[in-house]
Design a protein around this ligand. Structure first.
Ligand code: NIG
Ligand code: FE
Length: 434
């Protein structure tokens, strides 16, 4: 049917669609298909009495309930019961492919050990590497599927997922194949990232440059050939990959067609942000110790700072990323969980929003933009997801809270009452009827 034909007939014949969501006190969303920086992060659309029409996996209309009910007849209806409708969250930084957890390290930190002390004693990333190497593809897929379920429980519909706990060519490829299989099976959309440069495996500790050679000569080409990752990430930090090694690895990755993201300036002001800008990375992540020159470099190069405010809390590090200063300087931060078994065993974006508000001095609208549109832009998905607008993929969350402001204000309780992913209802506490 042509658009014109539809317009002339709509008053007499409602269009048949898959899903209608009405009954919300508020619909809150950023609008657009690219990054929102500085003051624009606060300029979200907040409307009362507005719902959404969904068909064939896409949003077909966002309009007042009465108008939607006139124009559409849906095979399924969700009544939001006076809650709030927001876009599905985009978690732009996670490490979800692992076996084994590290709750004993958490307790060592509460007793005063630092993250680096624990990793120097063979804990940290390398303890999870042992777990991944010992686990089969099937076991890792089962773990990942369960974790993807938990992302959905919290309203996250797109997840960037890194390898990085294999650290051999075969174990890194195994991890990326696990991600690919889970992406086929699960409604959460996954953005795959190769993080072979997460640490030096135990067998290369006395010859680290040989591991850099292995990354450049074998691992990156094999991952590229298998089309197993869109992004290449790296842990740029003085105890792991310094600036020169990082530049070498990322330059090779770029030549092979990967987009780039970096763990940068997380534990010290090494200049990872400046390197991200120099190489045109899509994102520079963590950034607790970023310098003023680093902030300027990100601003000039249009790199998205992906902030992970739960991580310093978890690692008991005082220093926070300068989120407020970045927004005031005209940057466009995203926020993420950094979900992983060591430095943040949390999968909830609303928790990240609360922490961004309290610790990074971001307002509720800025937090929402950072958790949706800017996060989507940082993973190259802003044209498809991150806002509630006609033509975008129908990734929608209904909250049982009366306004988006409650996402930061109330924490420690899951307020998600329904989730729609790619047009399908995948969580429903509203008791909806077909
Ligand atoms: O983002 N910084 C490096 N990687 C993770 C920690 C991973 C781990 O401890 O297992 C992070 O914090
Ligand atoms: Fe990380």
């Amino acid at each position: 049917m042509h658009a014109g034909e539809y317009t002339s007939r709509m008053s007499v014949e409602p269009r048949e669609i898959d899903l209608l969501i009405t009954g919300a006190a508020e619909l809150a969303t950023a609008e657009g298909d690219g990054l929102h920086a500085g003051e624009r992060m606060s300029e979200i659309s907040v409307r009362a009495g507005v719902g959404i029409a969904v068909h064939a996996g896409e949003i077909v209309a966002v309009a007042e309930d009465a108008e939607l009910e006139r124009k559409f007849r849906a095979s399924e209806c969700l009544h939001a019961r006076g809650g709030t409708i927001i876009p599905g969250f985009v978690d732009a930084h996670t490490h979800p492919v692992f076996a084994g957890t590290r709750e004993e390290e958490f307790e060592l930190r509460t007793a005063g050990s630092s993250y680096l002390e624990i990793s120097e004693k063979g804990g940290g990333i390398l303890s999870t590497v042992r777990g991944v190497r010992e686990s089969s593809h099937e076991v890792l897929v089962a773990h990942l599927m369960m974790r993807l379920d938990r992302f959905l429980d919290g309203g996250t519909t797109t997840v960037e997922a890194k390898s990085g706990y294999g650290l051999t060519p075969d174990d890194e490829i195994k991890s990326l194949e696990v991600i690919a299989e889970a992406a086929r099976l699960h409604p959460v959309e996954i953005v795959p990232t190769f993080l072979g440069a997460h640490d030096y495996p135990a067998e290369f500790r006395d010859k680290p440059s040989a591991y850099v050679d292995l990354l450049v000569e074998e691992m990156l080409p094999r991952v590229a050939e298998g089309k197993l990752a869109e992004y290449c990430d790296i842990f740029t930090e003085s105890h792991v990959f310094g600036i020169e090694d990082s530049r070498r690895i990322l330059t090779r990755a770029k030549e092979l067609g990967f987009q780039l993201r970096l763990h940068a300036d997380q534990l010290s002001p090494l200049g990872g942000a400046e390197l991200a800008a120099e190489l045109g990375a899509h994102s520079a992540d963590h950034l607790e110790f970023i310098s003023d020159a680093g902030i300027d470099a990100l601003a000039e190069a249009g790199v998205v700072p992906v902030l992970c405010p739960l991580v310093p809390l978890y690692l008991r590090i005082e220093q926070e990323a300068p989120g407020r200063r970045m927004i005031d300087r005209g940057l466009a931060p995203a926020i993420s969980t950094d979900f992983n078994p060591g430095s943040c065993y949390v999968q909830s974006m609303p928790e990240v929003m609360t922490w961004s508000a309290l610790r990074l001095s971001m307002n509720a609208a800025e937090c929402l933009t950072a958790a949706t549109l800017n996060a989507a832009a940082s993973v190259g998905r802003a044209k498809r997801v991150g806002t509630l607008e006609a033509g975008k993929r129908a990734d929608i969350v209904v909250l049982d809270q009366p306004s988006h402001r409650f996402l930061c204000y109330e924490f420690g309780r899951n307020a998600v009452s329904a989730v729609v992913a790619n047009g399908k209802i995948v969580r429903d506490r509203l008791g909806s009827k077909a």
